[in-house]
Ligand binder design. Sequence first.
Ligand code: NAP
Length: 302
Amino acid sequence: MQTRQLGHNGPQVSCIGLGAWPIGGGMGPVAAATAIATVRAAIDAGISLLDTAQAYRTSEATLGQALKDGYRQRCFLATKVSGDYSPTGIQQAMDNSLKALGVDEVDLYQIHSWNPQYPVADSIAAMLKLQEAGKTRYIGVSNYDAAQMAQALETGFFHSNQPRYNMFDRDIETADLPFCREQGIGVLAHSPLAKGLLTNTYRPGHVFPATDERSDFPRFQGALFDRYIAVADQLAAIAADKGLSLVQMAIAWILRREEISCVLVGAKNQAQLQEHLGAADVSWSAGELATIDAMLRAAPAG
Ligand SMILES: NC(=O)c1ccc[n+]([C@@H]2O[C@H](COP(=O)([O-])OP(=O)(O)OC[C@H]3O[C@@H](n4cnc5c(N)ncnc54)[C@H](OP(=O)(O)O)[C@@H]3O)[C@@H](O)[C@H]2O)c1
């Protein structure tokens, strides 16, 4: 597995990471035994970076089970504080996460989102304290734009940002990715398969069950969903010409950008995970990228 550096002077991490939101049950139920086998298969295959969060339901506890028997030592474990970004909230969330994960320290601790209700200087100072205390090796943020990252940097350096980035969500290309490059901030791309729009699994008219978060998302309903599927079908044909599945193309397309340290892909089982591995070493010609860009211009906005 190819590795990349996570930010200025940062550690090497696998260019494909395992996103642990689906094994927490957020996209429909996943049996604990399947989840544990998936996590271990990922680490056995050379995926070092595992990403979870306080808010990912049963994910941290399930990861804790999977990381027994020496698997913890073989991975780069990232989690997040979700919701309360006050210094006390951050400190308590960290202790709860360490307990759920069954570890003494994590490798990366991230602030899950921007919330102006909590002064960012205080939140970053609290994160730096946890780093000094040895509870996390590195700190990071998530879903921050360039202006928000700049504000956070006034208090101290953090190694990563975790934004949404995929073929249908390209907002970060304009200002946020260049900012990360200039400042030496690593980028962990989340939702790379647009949560299933870029997998070739679903046909127009598909209805997601209430246990799946996608049942609440407008882009997974009705005519808008059908428009995304139509563009994805065209992309799948380009992928096939290159000997890739749409899933592999979607991941490899993100890795074309040097700012990306790691693509966090959600997997519900080992078969899905195995497919992701085939995206690690793909290269692109300028012509291929231009063809894809032209197709993506037909995708719905936002
Ligand atoms: N920081 C944030 O705010 C934030 C937000 C979202 C995600 N994340 C992180 O990013 C990670 C990735 O995002 P995500 O899991 O939400 O979405 P994603 O990676 O875009 O999509 C994951 C879903 O795609 C489907 N899938 C995966 N591999 C497949 C394959 N080989 N073939 C067919 N279908 C496949 C599975 O759902 P089905 O099989 O049910 O279709 C899976 O649950 C998360 O797990 C989490 O760690 C962070």
